[in-house]
Design a protein around this ligand. Structure first.
Ligand SMILES: Cc1cc2nc3c(=O)[nH]c(=O)nc-3n(C[C@H](O)[C@H](O)[C@H](O)COP(=O)(O)OP(=O)(O)OC[C@H]3O[C@@H](n4cnc5c(N)ncnc54)[C@H](O)[C@@H]3O)c2cc1C
Length: 392
């Protein structure tokens, strides 16, 4: 009877990175993905790799992840088109500037360098940005990558190192057992057995957690995305705005401009998500307001994806509060692409070594203790979400 050291439910970027990092530690690993690795949020996101503007609780993971993004080629054999274009956050007024100054100090505590620009600096260095902005902050170390490439590259590398990566493998349930866990895959009578279990099931993470009595409410969000025809190089850094709203980047290879704002709709039970035409129109107007030269550029496609969102917009990352050797990482609330590589490294450390050097304070599931989980206590939640949240 095979008993794996570690089983992982969910082959998004978090799960695939966990598989790779656990194999690098010599653990026997099985990853079970319902569809294809990177087929959900990890493969359809905006591609923003940004530390700037993150909540302090995410910064230790974000800085560790940034280190991994910079050495992807050595780790997974492909750079996933990661480029450190920088990330420029625009201030609409003097109050925004005060927030940017405060964040600069917080980021500096984590070793992240952020440069502040007044209006004149902004116009001189980035003349293609609309002239209504008051100033900005630039994190030169931030950048962008191609989400289509990332999770599959981690899965491939994990497989090459000997991980058993199984796609088209929906897990129906898992239960604690004397050896660790028994995991039941749809259509298979014999359970898969593992000593430790990692739940990286994305927007379905809270469902998996509930199998073990770890009850927490996870909503669903669907950031509305657009991509234009390719254009000549125009936009340098990945662009965002204080208070959320429009975010814009230009893909360094083919030159298409990718932008997002607002949310579409997602039905996580049906595994379906779609952008909304009115949201796309508003996003296009906001994009032109931020970069007026986009006025006559053709939008060729809009899309969205299914993302888990926690009540405080911070993910759950860490051990189960109730079951030994069970670890959760889900509900990334629109931020998990940048964080994914480090999340996997940390989960592998927690599961195999029992500890991680990366601080996870503020991300434990226990922060929701006493907060009612409507799914566990009453009716299933509505599957549609229209929250105004960023997906960058
Ligand atoms: C449109 C959009 C734009 C975004 N933009 C950005 C951005 O620019 N920057 C950023 O940092 N973040 C961004 N995000 C968020 C980011 O994409 C996610 O936070 C991140 O990809 C989550 O990774 P994950 O591995 O946790 O989840 P996922 O990628 O969703 O992977 C979870 C996997 O678990 C599988 N699964 C679930 N249940 C089961 C089961 N029972 N059995 C087997 N498999 C199961 C699913 O099929 C899925 O493949 C965006 C998200 C979206 C949707």
């Amino acid at each position: 009877m095979t008993v794996f050291d570690l089983a992982i439910i969910g082959g998004g970027l978090a799960g695939c990175s966990t598989a790779l990092h656990a194999r690098k530690k010599g653990a026997s690993v099985i990853l079970l993905e319902r569809g294809r690795c990177g087929g959900q949020a990890s493969g359809v996101n905006y591609g923003g790799v940004r530390q700037q503007g993150r909540h302090p609780a995410e910064l230790p993971l974000a800085t560790r992840s940034r280190g991994i993004w910079g050495r992807l080629h050595a780790l997974v054999g492909c750079d996933c088109e990661f480029v450190a274009t920088g990330h420029l956050k625009l201030a609409r007024n003097d109050r925004d500037m005060v927030d940017l100054v405060a964040h600069q100090a917080v980021a500096a505590d984590h070793g992240i360098a952020i440069e502040l620009l007044d209006g004149a600096d902004l116009r001189r260095r980035f003349p293609y940005i609309g002239d209504r902005f008051y100033g900005a902050s630039l994190c030169a170390d931030d950048g962008q990558a191609n989400p289509r490439l990332a999770a599959p590259a981690f899965a491939r590398a994990a497989r090459q190192l000997g991980a058993d990566v199984r796609e088209e493998c929906p897990v129906e349930r898992a239960v604690p057992s004397p050896l660790g866990f028994e995991i039941y895959v749809t259509g298979q009578d014999t359970p898969i057995r593992a000593h430790r279990l990692v739940n990286t099931a994305g927007a379905w993470g809270a469902n998996v957690a509930r199998w073990f009595g770890d009850s927490v409410h996870e909503d669903v969000m669907a950031p509305n995305m657009c991509v234009t025809e390719p254009i000549a190089p125009l936009i340098g850094p990945n662009l965002g705005i204080c208070g959320g709203g429009i975010y814009i980047r230009q893909a360094s290879g083919h030159g298409s401009v990718i932008f997002g704002s607002g949310v579409g709709i997602a039905d996580r039970d049906a595994l379906r998500a779609r952008p909304l035409a009115a949201v796309t129109m508003d996003a296009a107007k906001a994009a032109i307001d931020m970069v007026p030269a986009l006025a006559n550029v053709l939008v060729v496609r809009s899309w969205t994806g299914i993302e888990g969102r926690m009540p405080d917009n911070l993910p759950v990352v860490g051990p189960s509060p109730t079951i030994a050797n069970l670890y959760h990482a889900f509900g990334f609330s629109g931020h998990g692409f940048q964080l994914g590589p480090a999340v996997g490294a940390v989960l592998a450390e927690l599961a195999i070594d029992g500890r991680s050097p990366t601080c996870l304070a503020g991300l434990s599931m226990t922060r929701f203790a006493g907060v009612p989980d409507p799914v566990a206590t009453t009716l299933p939640p509505a599957n549609c979400s229209q929250h105004k949240e960023e997906g960058e």
